[in-house]
Design a protein around this ligand. Sequence first.
Ligand code: ADP
Ligand code: MG
Ligand code: MG
Length: 210
Amino acid sequence: SNAITLSALTAWVREFGALIDTHKDELTQLDSAIGDADHGINMDRGMAAVLAALDGEEFPSNAALFKKIGMTLVSSVGGASGPLYGTFFLRFGAACGDAAEVDPEGFAKAMRAGLDGVVARGKAEAGDKTMYDALAPAVDALDDAIASGSELRAALRAAAGAAESGRDATTPMLARKGRASYLGERSVGHQDPGATSAALLMRAAASALG
Ligand code: ADP
Ligand code: MG
Ligand code: MG
């Protein structure tokens, strides 16, 4: 079967943590231009806590694994990104359900549920210059690819590419949510830090699940 196993999902989260660690200085640098210079620090603290929480633990289901991940992010990250990513993973896991694997269609639906959670939490819309602007096109691309019969590997590559294009498209945007919105016009011309970490989440999915 082409089901995504619990251990593959765990590998995705571990790969995301590794990419965050590699890119933490870049993420903090981006946040120093339009925020408070802590996005890399926040995400690295959160993902280090997640990886520590996963070590040596066995989880009975997708929902249990991602509940642990989401709760750990919410409780270990002080910034806006902790509750936003935490909610993403909590909703993702709840939508994945109580099995210990998920098929590609279920994975795409769970990604949509995670994205809906980010919106429920932060109220971002397209073009507000947030992580939504990388995640939403990725989820759309994933849906389209799976619905048209693509292999998971190709679908995840399309999603990762869409996230990177969405990330790049945040540069000319004027921020309307989060700290960057306090800068008004001065937020224009800078890539959004959260859209940058969200593109890493999708890159991790393409490399660990594809
Ligand atoms: P803080 O702004 O509290 O220091 P971080 O620096 O860790 O938190 O995260 C900033 C990122 O969070 C932004 O670059 C943006 O992508 C994302 N963000 C902020 N507010 C929102 C929101 N309301 N909805 C979605 N994403 C948001
Ligand atoms: Mg910040
Ligand atoms: Mg902060």
